[in-house]
Design a protein around this ligand. Structure first.
Ligand SMILES: [Fe+2]
Length: 388
């Protein structure tokens, strides 16, 4: 970042997208890339709204030459970025997911969506290999990108972390992550609407929600997705083993393990994420809800494994210490066995000038006493808290 509107990227011949070259509601005249050279949106994609136009002006680079599907697909590979700041990578992946789901929604046929989503999935796997704790922290605290795509990225990260713990094969996990990224493709606009809506669902919204697993399955199939596990997990991601899910009311073993995991991660992230009209649920309350209720819908052993993997204080939890400091949990386990913390405020609630990193196992006064009742806004960026 930091480039001006007319700056040329010297790594290749791409230039910044300029004012007047794009407009909401109009198709792009060229492929658009981000600063690292990854394909964001393809030629012909219709810019959805003013917000997306502004983001492309800020972050987009254009190329006069059109890419072949193979080259474009390679450019969409997010793996090369993993190893830097995970919070930046997550933001880039979110923007890229918005692009590819938009292409599917507009029935674009330029670059195979299956390949592009799989590459996002592989980047998510690499991110979990690289820094699982920071990825979990982002799932709880990163709120500055559009909800539908952020929710999908974070749900996919949660699925990968739990599925790894269950020793599911990497390719099986990739199919499940791909499903997590794309399962709500039929209702992204409605999701964005609902996150702002305090009132109960109306009949039209209710019908759209009931229909979205099957509709999403059809859209993905139509866009060339051929992975049977991915497609099955999409159509089943709201089924419950007690038969009370939708769209088919499948029961027990009929509901695939991957679909149950995705359903669980989806519900957990929705619970802990704030809305414009309410704060997110406290992590301990969300985990209790999984233990008591949601376990009956997805299977108690899976629910227990999910809770075990996240721990009582997963990264991103806001906690109060025995010495009354306020802190963010940044790692599940430090060298002394307890969570690692970034303290953000003293016992009087006054913010520190910089985060103070502590090992909760080092002294009694650093022990976690409770979750903080009201997270509120944080005085530091996630990069600063996690020292990136
Ligand atoms: Fe869904």
């Amino acid at each position: 970042m930091g480039a001006t509107d007319d700056q040329t990227d010297h790594q290749d011949d791409r230039t910044r997208v300029r004012q007047g070259e794009i407009a909401a509601g109009r198709p792009l005249l060229w492929d658009v890339y981000d600063d690292s050279g990854q394909l964001l949106l393809s030629k012909g994609y219709i810019v959805v709204n003013e917000r997306q136009r502004r983001r492309l002006l800020k972050e987009g680079l254009r190329s006069a030459a059109s890419l072949s599907p193979e080259a474009g697909s390679a450019a969409a590979d997010g793996l090369s970025e993993v190893g830097g700041n995970p919070f930046v990578t997550i933001e880039q992946l979110t923007l890229r997911l918005e692009g590819v789901l938009g292409t599917i929604r507009q029935q674009g046929v330029d670059i195979a969506p299956q390949q592009r989503i799989r590459k996002l999935g592989r980047a998510i796997q690499a991110l979990c290999d690289y820094d699982a704790d920071a990825s979990l922290g982002a799932a709880h605290l990163k709120h500055d990108t559009p909800y539908p795509f952020r929710h999908s990225i974070h749900t996919a990260l949660l699925c990968e972390q739990v599925a790894r713990r269950l020793n599911w094969p990497r390719l099986t996990r990739l199919s499940i992550i791909s499903a997590a990224l794309s399962c709500n493709v039929a209702m992204t606009e409605l999701q964005a609407e609902l996150v702002e809506q305090a009132e109960p669902l109306n009949d039209v919204q209710w019908d759209a929600i009931q229909a979205h697993p099957r509709r999403g399955y059809e859209m993905l199939l139509g866009a060339g997705v051929s992975d049977p596990l991915w497609l099955q997990v999409v159509i089943q991601h709201h089924e419950c083993i007690n038969g009370r899910g939708y769209p088919a009311g499948a029961k027990g073993e009929e509901v695939l393990p991957g679909a149950r995991l995705l359903g669980l991660a989806d519900r957990y992230h929705a619970m802990v994420t704030g809305r414009s009209y309410r704060n997110g649920m406290l992590v301990k309350n969300a985990l209790r809800r999984i233990f008591l209720d949601i376990g009956q819908e997805v299977g108690s052993s899976l629910a227990q494994m999910f809770i075990k993997e996240l721990g009582i204080y997963p990264p991103g939890s806001i906690v109060q210490l025995a010495n009354s400091e306020k802190a963010v949990v940044i790692r599940r386990k430090g060298e002394l066995g307890g969570p690692m913390l970034a303290c953000i405020a003293n016992s009087k609630g006054e913010h520190y000038a910089r985060p103070r990193h502590r090992d909760s196992g080092e002294k009694e006064q650093f022990a976690i006493k409770d979750v903080h009742p009201s997270p509120g806004s944080l005085p530091f960026s996630l990069s600063r808290l996690w020292s990136y």
